[in-house]
Design a protein around this ligand. Structure first.
Ligand code: HEM
Length: 366
């Protein structure tokens, strides 16, 4: 039997808390004002920039990334912190915090240790690799601890905010400080990365799409927005590989013998562009999801969120954030790629982010 990844008591506690306070449907309803503020801020930043220079291409990522990080911080800690003094590393601005908590960790996840390709040489030290990972981990933990301590002062002063930190402190009292820091950090990095990647690819596809001539009316239809979201996830899966699954017993898959003790990964990207399943899989075509065979409420139309017990806990949040932003941005502006942008489809990093940030020329619609 191939079991899903280990699913122990700690994992169950963590996932239950995360869904109850932050990512489940009731929780997402409570966090609606954060989403509305985020989209409002993005819209006014874009309008302000265009007022100053209407023909200058906009770097969409710069605006969206900063606002999404703010939402992640509010959801996790109750506050979008502008700067913080961390005893071990000094004072960090908001941009530096984003680097320590998100960018450095995403880079670290794909750092290659050459010894993985030559396991019999594992005894040779690879000091620079190890030091680099340790340094990133050290900075992340130091910053998370400082952020938590700061917010604990607020909580001790009797101020209650509906955020994940407050919830964990009152409902999961057995957590160690390190566990608390890691659980909070996990929601920050997951909120701040994959949703950005998906929204940026969706806006690229929409801005490029001269055939469909993106119409404002389409985007007041939830069904069309949903189709754009899922088609973007299919074509540009931000998690191309599902985390490893541990094989508990000898088994057969697709004619291959898989011995107990192996670890296997599922190629999500492969499933999402499989010609046996999708018609013209290379084409970005949201209309395919308007077919009645797809339930608009089903978040698992593609393999992008994984499957079974370990399936993504944040799929609802990702959908609400991305669809909310895409709908509003298309209703407010006409989008056109800057000349030469069309060919820029290379990806980078663990989550297949667009290598070149999307540059588009925007025109406010009345
Ligand atoms: C478009 C956006 C996203 C995509 C494509 C995505 C994809 C995935 C995938 C493929 C997995 C692994 C599933 C498996 O092992 O079967 C996963 C796990 C997870 N994701 Fe997401 N994710 C997204 C957004 C988010 C967001 C916004 C959050 C929350 C802040 C989140 C939280 C999680 C968590 C907590 C897990 C681990 C679940 C577990 O181990 O039980 N994800 N995600």
């Amino acid at each position: 039997m191939v079991a899903t990844s280990d699913y122990d008591e700690f994992h169950k506690l963590a996932k239950r808390c995360l869904l109850t306070n932050t990512l489940g449907s009731n929780a997402q309803r409570r966090h609606r004002h954060h989403r509305e503020t985020m989209i409002e801020n993005i819209s006014s930043k874009l309008h302000d920039t265009l007022k100053k220079d209407p023909i200058r291409p906009i770097n969409f990522r710069e605006v969206f990334e900063s606002e999404l990080f703010g939402l992640a911080m509010k959801q996790a800690l109750g506050k979008d912190v502008e700067s913080i003094y961390v005893e071990e590393i000094g004072t960090l601005s908001r941009k530096e915090m984003h680097k320590v908590l998100v960018m450095d960790m995403m880079e670290g996840a794909i750092d290659v240790d050459w010894r993985d390709f030559f396991p019999y040489l594992r005894w040779i030290p690879n000091k620079s690799f190890e030091l680099n990972i340790q340094r990133k981990h050290f900075r992340r933990m130091a910053l998370m601890n400082a952020l938590i301590k700061d917010q604990m002062k607020r909580i001790d002063a009797g101020e209650e905010v509906n955020c994940y930190l407050d919830y964990l402190l009152s409902e999961a009292k057995t957590l160690t400080m390190d566990q608390l820091a890691m659980l909070l950090w996990e929601t920050i990095i997951e909120t701040a990365d994959t949703t950005l990647v998906t929204t940026e690819w969706a806006m690229y596809q929409l801005a490029k799409d001269t055939i469909r001539q993106v119409k404002e009316e389409n985007f007041s239809q939830i069904r069309y927005l949903d189709a754009v979201f899922h088609e973007t996830l299919r074509k540009h899966s931000p998690a191309p590989l599902v985390p490893l699954r541990y094989v508990h017993e000898d088994t057969q898959i697709g004619g291959y013998h898989i011995p107990a003790g192996s670890e296997i990964a599922v190629n999500i990207y492969g499933c999402n562009i499989d010609k046996n399943y999708w018609e013209n899989p290379e084409e970005w075509n949201p209309e395919r999801f308007l077919d009645e065979k797809y339930d608009p409420l089903d978040l698992q139309k593609t393999m992008a969120f994984g499957a079974e017990k370990r399936a993504c806990a944040g799929s609802l949040q990702a959908m609400l954030l991305a669809c909310g932003a895409i709908g509003r941005l298309v209703q407010e502006f006409e989008w056109q790629l800057k000349d030469g942008e069309e060919e820029k489809v290379d990806t980078v990093g663990l989550t297949s982010q667009k290598l070149h940030p999307l540059l588009a020329v925007l025109k406010p619609r009345n």
